[in-house]
Design a protein around this ligand. Sequence first.
Ligand code: ATP
Ligand code: MG
Length: 455
Amino acid sequence: MIRRLFARLLPGKGKAGDTARVYGRHDHPIRQTALSPGALQVTRRLQEAGFKAFIVGGAVRDLLLGIVPKDFDIATDARPEDVKPLFRRAFLIGRRFRLVHVHVGAETLEVSTFRAAQTGDDATDEHGRLLSDNVYGSQAEDAARRDFTINALYFDPATEEVWDFVGGVADIRSRRLKLIGPPTTRFREDPVRMLRAVRLAAKLGVAIEPKTAAPISKLASLMANVPPARLFDEMQKLLLSGHAVETVKSLRTHGLSHGLLPLLDVILEQPLGQRFIDLALANTDARVREDRGVSPGFLFATLLWHEVLSTWNAAIARGDKPIPALFEAMDKVLERQAKQIAIPRRFEATIKEIWALQPRFMQRSGQRPYRLLEHPRYRAAWDFLALRCESGEFEGELAGVADWWERFADAPHAEREAMLRPDEGPTKKRRPRGRGRKRDEGGEGATPESEPTPE
Ligand code: ATP
Ligand code: MG
């Protein structure tokens, strides 16, 4: 407590190098013009009001590496309550540690006040994980509490200088990802930094420095203490980075895949599941890189599919009816999952819909195919089916079921009629055509050709 008070009273006192090495505009390639209008405007306004204001973190790193930044974060010595009144559209966010979100046009800029890592006996849990967020501090302390040296660089748009307290510029030049401070302590403070190391290395094409990499596999189990919502955010970033295949491979090499996704290890050990996930990730990477939309719901549906499949098959083997068994399997898998990574509810609906539509692709007679084509999730569900086919999940004629649907979707009416299969199976007598059916439920009793049940 007392130490915390001191930290607050003596903001200039920090362990890291207290002075920055300043790189002038001729020593690095970043120019003002590389910034977004909002980033320029917000830093300028803060500086005009007499505060320090820098672009910090990921954006500076990306610009130095020649990558276009996703967004621009701003660090300042102004307190949130001093920042807010400077802007028309500014909002205080965060409970424990307040930040200001400034909206400029369609942009949102995150403005955070320099802070220091909290120290003291009550700052961590028994594994060394930092419990509370931090206290205000000097710029040098702000640099030192960041994760990697290349993430701790500050760019002043007015002077076009890069300020470096931790040797980040040198590490950028030698393309090295290095934790600030002693690796074991820093990973214990926040185990998510291990995931970030692997993700950033793959995304940036830099190497994790050996001293930083060394403790990762030993400390991997600490990931279990990370709150599920936090893990979800980080996993989502990782999987939607455009480098998912590489990152997941590297996670495995570092012993980090264990426990991150439910039974991801089990899935990865099944030849069928592995191929499916590899394809799904490669497909996602391609979409991200081509700037086509990626739905996290779709992605999580693929990652969990083989879990659902084996739970479903086990129920069928016990004699359960296929469709109710599928719905039960879906709930079971999602429930188990929620304990590890909290998938937000808004994605759950998509995931379930994609899964629930799968048996309906097996029905290729009568009016049902026409109805399925009109389903709002048809496209996503078909993409999913195509991955299943490509991964070798089906045998025989069914291996081509996705192609059948692709042809059917585009064929003229007469051709479609010719493609339809003879009406067969138990659903025939069920209901009058097209009435009283609930579209979204995958159709009760919907497995005339029966979903194949790979062992
Ligand atoms: P990306 O480009 O993927 O967003 P990023 O480095 O910008 O990568 P953010 O999560 O946006 O990642 O974090 C912004 C900055 O905050 C980082 O650059 C780093 O300085 C700091 N930071 C983020 N996470 C941590 C952490 N777990 N521990 C310490 N510092 C962190
Ligand atoms: Mg960022």
